[in-house]
Design a protein around this ligand. Sequence first.
Ligand code: NAP
Ligand code: ZN
Length: 349
Amino acid sequence: MTTQTPALAVTKADNPFETVTLQRRDLRDDDIRIDIKFAGICHSDIHTVRQEWGEIQFPITPGHEIAGVVAETASGVTKFKVGDRVGVGCMVDSCGECEMCKNGQEQFCTKPAVFTYNSDNYDGERAQGGYSQQIVVTERFACRIPDGIELDEAAPLLCAGITTYAPLKRWGAGQGRRVGVVGVGGLGHLGVKIAAAMGAEVYGISRTMDKAQDSEKLGATAHLATNDESVFEKYAGTFDVILNTVSADLPMTSYLGLLKPFGALVNVGLPNDDYEVPPRSLIGQSKSLSGSMIGGIAETQEMLDFCAEHGIGATIEVIDAKDIDTAWDKVVAGDVRYRYVIDTATIGA
Ligand code: NAP
Ligand code: ZN
C-alpha cells in the first residue's frame, strides 16, 4: 500500500521549510517501511538545499541521518521484523553487482548509488529524505541500531558517525597514535569520541577555546584554538592523522605542517572552493592528503556496533519541526552542541 507521510520540504529555492505530504512507494519484495522517530541535521543538508554544491531540483525533503522502527516488511525481507530499531544513512540503493558494491563500498557504485535525497531511484521516482515520518527502503540499506544506543542519539551516527569512523579506521587511529580532529561540530565531536574509543590520543582543533571543556569531555586529551596562529608553530610535526571536518575553506598548507613525517590529513568537510597545496608540503616529509566519503553499509553496521560497545551516541539537541529554519541558521553560525535532531512526531503537529 502506498504510504502518505507528513514531511518537511523546501519547495522553492531560498524559501523556508513547509509541511508537505510525501508518497512513499508500495513495498517491493525486499522493502521495509520504517516509522522514522528522529532525523539528524547534517551540514550537507544545508549545503545541498542552499545550492552551495550546485543547482538542485525542488521540492526537496532532506535528511540522511534517520533512526526509527520497522513498521512493515515485504514477503522477501529476511534481515528485519516489525518493531526492530533501524537506521538509514546517505544511500537507499545501489546496483549490488559492480566491483565497489561487491567490496561493500556501495557509495561508489558505478551505476551510481541512489542517495537518500537529491537523487533519482532506479525506477525514476525522486528520492526524498528523512525529515519525514516514514520511509520505504530496501532492507539492504537499513542498519540495525543496537539496544545500547538511544534512537535520538543514534540518528547522527548514520552519516556523521560513519563519515568519521571510516577514515579514522583506514588511517590507523588507535593506540600510540596522535589524532587531531579539526572542527568540533556534528562530525567533529563524533570524530573525537570515536578516535578516543579506538585508543588514540586525540586533540580537538577549533577556531577558539570555547569548546575546550567539551572537547575533553568528549575524550580529547587537549584542545587547540587556531585563532592563535602560534599553534601552527608550537604543534608543528605533532599528529599522525588529522581529520578535517570543517564546512569552510582552510589553509591546507598550515594544517599539513601539523603532521609528523608519513602523517595523513583526511578531508571530510566539503566546502565548494578549491584549495592550493604546494607539492613540497607533502613530498618534503612523505605526507598524505586524502579525502573520504561516508562508508559502505557493512562498515556502517560495524560502526554502530562499535559505538554501542563503547557507549557512544551523538551529543544532541532535540528540536520540534517548527524550529527547523532557526536550527539551520544556528548550524551555519556554529551555534549547536553538537547535532540538532528533529523529533519527527512534531512534523505537521
Ligand atoms: P557542522 O556541525 O557545522 O561543523 C562544522 C565545524 O567546522 C563547526 O562546528 C566549526 O568547528 C568548524 N567551522 C565552521 N565554519 C568554519 C570556518 N569558517 N572556519 C573554520 N572552521 C569552521 O557541520 P557537519 O555537519 O559536521 O559537517 C561538516 C562538513 O562535512 C560539511 O562540509 C559537510 O557537508 C561535510 N560532510 C561530508 C561528508 C563526507 O562523506 N565526506 C559527510 C557528511 C558531512 P569549531 O567551532 O570547532 O571551529
Ligand atoms: Zn551528512
